[in-house]
Design a protein around this ligand. Sequence first.
Ligand code: AMP
Length: 636
Amino acid sequence: MTRYDDFHARSISDPEGFWADEAQLIDWHTPPTQILDASNPPFANWFLGGTTNLCHNAVDRHLAVRAEQPALIFVSTETGVEKTFTFGQLHIEVQRTAASLMALGVGKGDRVLIYMPMIPEAAFAMLACARIGAIHCVVFGGFASGSLASRIEDAEPKVVVSADAGSRGGKIVPYKPLLDEAIRLSNYKPAAVLLTDRGLAPMELVAGRDHLDRDLAAVHGDVVVPCTWLVSTDISYTIYTSGTTGKPKGVQRDTGGYAVALAASMKHIFDGRAGETYFSTSDIGWVVGHSYIVYGPLIAGMATILYEGLPTQGIDRQPDAGIWWRLVEKYRVTVMFSAPTAVRVLKKYDPALLKKYDLSSLRALFLAGEPLDEPTARWISDGLGVPIIDNYWQTESGWPIITIANGVEAKPSKFGSPGVPMYGYKVKILHEATGEELTGPNEKGVVVIEGPTPPGFMQTIWKDDARFVQTYWKSLPGKLVYSTFDWGVRDAEGYFYILGRTDDVINVAGHRLGTREIEESISGHANVAEVAVVGVADALKGQVAMAFVVPKAGDAVTDSDVALKLEGEIMKRVADELGALARPARVRFVTGLPKTRSGKLLRRAIQAVCEGRDPGDLTTIDDPVTLQKIGQLVVP
Ligand code: AMP
């Protein structure tokens, strides 16, 4: 057995002993008395009896030794702002925001929904919530009113934290009107809105509801707000993710388990050390942003770069596809985290940009969120000359499930494989129909995790234990196992290969979207009778959404002008309701959709023909001609 195999084996055979050791990596106000309670499967409760606080571990505990060291480095190539906050300054800012939230009535257990661009105030708000025991729900700033409204309704936040606007590629994206519209659409109304005014777009304030953060800070700015000690299983946050139904799921996480999981991953997986700089190019709206822009690096005592902007624009707002490498050099970044999509974007530019800067500080580049294809991995690996580490995980897990734990043992990577199961994870491959375990090399099945799930893993779905158990744990016959809803195989050496989703979730540029949500939005158009949305392979984005629509006025749509107009209206509708990310790349009009005899839409068969693959058994299709017609529409 190699060193890592031993490490993993102990985490499985003696989870309590293993995680009791890892728990030493964080500060506890009261140490736990029981490491794991798995008496009510599939629920796993970690570090019972322990009290701690995420903000204390991310900020306060570093003050003694690194108050003057950088903690948050904000770089916006959209506004040209570059600013560093030390741990000492971060401590002050977070207390200021915490005091403002408290002044708006927020206390322990209350929800605070954060709908923010990538600005420091977003991180202050997250940490402030953690500090006072409020539950934050960050909603990705690229989502539009409809998506935001359904999340407001589910989270029932006392306060929404937002800003006047974001900016993307130099284009101002006003947030406030989208938020106002979302609150109008939502049956639940938050009591207050706390706003940062960046001076990018005009804002109309609703009297009695909307407050500018600088006004509240003027009153509460110097208040000392101590950390509220939370029991380990208290909820730290919820984050919404897409599933098979149109209703988003609030993935709920604890406090102590999450803090330990992140601290352990910073040591064993990312090998990031206190005093160094971590650069994740993700967004705080995604789980990577929670774990590896805000909490993970700070818990480890590292500075973290919060980057607003495209990967191809410089701080002077001129085109510069070398900006990230410039930042690596400038801030001596040791660990970097991005997504394959971003690398595929950079690949279109001169590879000399990778050699232009001194990247000697960089130890590894981690890529996640979607399958990492070999050409992309090779290009960036050759260019940077550091290990490229694929890591596979999900919003639900909070930290990598499958990768290479460099901090324990630098096992070799294999192209196309994220690696091996991480400590704490019992990953198996099961036959999708029988639930039988597949142990042979290269046998394809569903990737599942056997309980108890490790610290940091989701506790449940917010307000819906039954849905959590039913959706995730009962999808395979005869067994209570967590389904990742990903297909996978394992090779003879135990390396896993992820082969795409088993459900109707698609992955656009590393972002997870539910095709049902998009379908629901399109169905709302007055001239749409029926719609199917599938994810189709795309060289740059991994997948893009493609919509097949049966229009109500079928005949009229044979006119190409009418079709073009309807396509435009449908695209706009989705962008307005859900966000530009969800907008289908193409809308095609058809007279019927392929279904089974029982009326179930055959999205997978549609996807197959769109990608020029064999759609499989056609005998179950009610009317196979509909599928052939779709095939003719997409073949160039
Ligand atoms: P999300 O919850 O948005 O992080 O999306 C998780 C999904 O993205 C997984 O279930 C996979 O389908 C996909 N995914 C994430 N990381 C990888 C990876 N390294 N390789 C292949 N697929 C991945």
